[in-house]
Design a protein around this ligand. Structure first.
Ligand SMILES: *Cc1c(COP(=O)(O)O)cnc(C)c1O
Length: 638
């Protein structure tokens, strides 16, 4: 046996294999017990807690999996990271303005998140962005500091405008962002009627574009924002209404997850030019709002791949500050307050989806019989022969033969010439051959073209207790890659390859794209699991966009949510446990009346007793099960 095969598998091997240090953002790692950990920082001290310890705390409290775990420390840490990064850039460059962040509510509207951001963000006057009346209602109640900006984007009706104006009177720092010239008459009318002077922002449609999934949000084809002609029109209308002094801000949103820093720079550069022009038109200005787009490195590759980013937060803030200064200093225009609307980068890290494995379908060949059964088809003998003669010298030839015989056998089955048992045996032969081909292939100096890509051909299916559609909708909708790893046994070598299927029995309900440094892989390395043991996975960086985009496919509802805070002494507190939907909850959403269903089923059971197919005791047993299920979790208990 070659030496390297004898080497003991180490936790660091797992860390390398799964790339956890690369995508973990300094928050996730592995401990010496081979468990995934989450790290919180207290000044210079880092405190790590095992996700398995958190999981046993959750299970001890009686909550079942799947669980959405929120770690509040990480939300705080990301807000701090973004602000401190801008502060450093401002200091380094001698920038005269400030930085303020706002959180776009749509990225995660959960009360707990908005509350956490308002609470921790207060020290930085971190604000909120509202894209609808409902979000404005939330923002007005949740914002703690009136120095925090409240950016109002999107369409605004009279009620929306009035709310914003009254809030301005109360002292809130509201910005009305104008996206279309058509919004102006109503705004001007309400300003005249109330006598309240609003802060107005203008949303630009930039020529600059960004690569990535959401590239359509920016550029000339974006749905939102003013064209240059419309911008001039808006300025003239406001001038005529004696409201030029209300124009305080320019804004754009290029799209989410911008992987390439060059696109960020281009957009900032174009926007500052607009800013300078508006200042020269006589608008007081003072704010430049660069929207969202700050990316998250989901695959840890640090590239301009769509799920990654080729820059750090420090490079982002330095570039933004530098570009703004370059343009404005040349014109002698004062430095504005820089606002960004980073949603994804603020919340992605804070949430982890944890689920258990319900079942495994192994692509493992079972033992073959010593000899072929009598009267078996001739093709079966051929299959047997391929396996017998397979060696390093004829790998490719044998593989091709096996493929050919398998096809032939399937064809004969369709014609009724091959029995069920022979077909099953042929399947097993094929797997046995494939397995050996894979072993022999690794010993070849040069891999023949036909055998390339074969590594992912043989994989197990691990059935996870979760729904992709409910908990990871972007996996399905836009092929988003999230880091997924087993969260324990990482001191053992994972010897199997798998894809992960969910429990929706929808062929799209699966994870079969996994983060890799160079590419996206079809399978993930996993451990073999004895029948009596549990196996847990974590899907990381799922705090942005997934929760409210999720739906009730197959009537799997909201998962249980648990939020924790890690303490300096290494302990952690459970702050909040929100029970997920029960079956009664989800069926009520699609307009069933749970009580009525129970009554209808009870009547059916009663009829069964009358007709003699159920005893009274059996009736009671099935009704108990029905009722317990109705009031229980939509996911599976083990
Ligand atoms: C969605 C959205 C954001 C958030 O973008 P992220 O890429 O998540 O930071 C910011 N601003 C506006 C106007 C948006 O629509």
């Amino acid at each position: 046996m070659p030496k390297e095969l004898l080497r003991q598998w180490k936790v660091s091997d797992s860390a390398d294999l799964y790339g956890i240090k690369e995508w973990g953002g300094g928050y996730f790692d592995l401990n010496q017990k081979g468990e995934a950990t989450v790290t919180a920082r207290f000044g210079g001290t880092a405190v790590s807690v095992s996700l398995m310890d958190i999981l046993s705390g959750i299970e001890a409290r009686g909550l079942g999996l799947p669980i959405l775990l929120r770690i509040q420390n990480l939300l705080d840490a990301q807000i701090e990271r973004i602000h401190e990064s801008f502060r450093r850039a401002i200091r380094t460059y001698g920038y005269h303005g400030q930085y303020q962040g706002v959180f776009p509510i749509k990225v995660n509207q959960q009360q707990e998140i908005i509350e956490g951001i308002s609470r921790f963000g207060e020290r930085y006057d971190h604000g909120l962005e509202a894209g609808s009346k409902a979000e404005l209602i939330v923002a007005l109640a949740m914002l703690n500091s009136t120095n925090s900006p409240l950016i109002c984007n999107g369409y605004k009706d009279r009620e929306f405008i009035d709310l914003g104006l009254q809030a301005t009177r109360m002292g809130y720092k509201v910005f009305f962002v104008v996206e279309m010239p058509g919004e102006l008459p109503l705004l001007i009318e309400r300003v005249r009627a109330t006598g309240i002077r609003p802060n107005i922002g203008l949303r630009l449609k930039l020529a600059a574009k960004a690569g990535g999934h959401w590239s359509e949000s920016g550029g000339d084809f974006s749905l939102f924002g003013l064209t240059t002609t419309q911008l001039v029109e808006v300025v003239d209308v406001l001038k005529a209404a004696e409201m030029l002094d209300c124009i305080r801000l320019v804004h754009y949103h290029l799209g989410s997850q911008i992987p390439n820093i060059r696109d960020v720079r281009n957009a900032v550069n174009e926007t500052v030019r607009f800013y300078a022009e508006l200042a020269e038109e006589g608008a007081p200005m003072g704010y430049i709002d660069l929207g969202g787009g700050l990316a998250v490195d989901y695959d840890g590759s640090k590239t301009n791949f769509v799920h990654s980013m080729n820059y750090t937060i420090d490079e982002y803030s330095a570039d933004v500050i530098e570009v703004i200064m370059n343009v404005l200093d040349e014109k002698g225009i004062e430095h504005p307050t820089v606002i960004t609307e980073s949603g994804r980068a603020t919340v992605a890290y804070s949430t982890v989806l944890l689920f258990n494995t319900l079942e495994i379908s192994r692509s493992q060949p079972t033992a073959l019989p010593e000899s072929l059964p009598p009267n078996t088809h001739e093709l079966m003998h051929n299959m047997h022969e391929v396996l017998r003669t397979l060696s390093v010298k004829n790998v490719q030839e044998c593989y091709n033969d096996a493929l050919y015989y398998r096809e032939e056998i399937l064809e004969r089955f369709r014609l009724g010439q091959i029995s069920l048992r022979d077909r099953a045996l042929a399947e097993n032969y094929f797997l046995q051959i494939l397995k050996q081909v894979l072993t022999l292939k690794s010993r070849l100096k040069r891999t023949p073209v036909e055998l390339e890509g074969l590594d992912d051909a043989m994989y197990d299916i691990y059935y996870g207790n979760f729904s992709v559609f409910q908990s990871l909708p972007d996996t399905w909708a836009i092929d988003q890659v999230f880091p997924v790893i087993p969260i324990h046994r990482l001191n053992e070598e994972p010897t199997r390859k798998a894809i992960i299927a969910d429990i929706t029995c929808d062929s799209d309900g699966k994870i079969d794209r996994f983060a890799d440094f160079h590419d996206v892989r079809r399978t993930i390395a996993v451990h073999d699991v004895p029948a009596d043991q549990d196996y847990y996975f974590g899907v990381f960086l799922v705090g942005a966009y997934q929760e409210t985009l999720g739906d009730l496919h197959n009537l799997f509802g909201d998962t249980n949510v648990v939020s924790i805070r890690i303490n300096e002494d290494g302990s952690f507190d459970f702050l909040n446990e929100t029970e997920g939907d029960s079956i009664a909850d989800v069926i009520a959403i699609v307009n069933y009346e749970p009580k009525a269903l129970l009554r209808m089923f009870r009547e059916k059971a009663e009829r069964a007793v009358r007709s003699g197919s159920l005893t009274v005791a059996e009736r009671r047993a099935i009704l108990d099960t029905y009722e317990r299920s109705l009031n229980g979790y939509t996911y599976y208990k083990t």
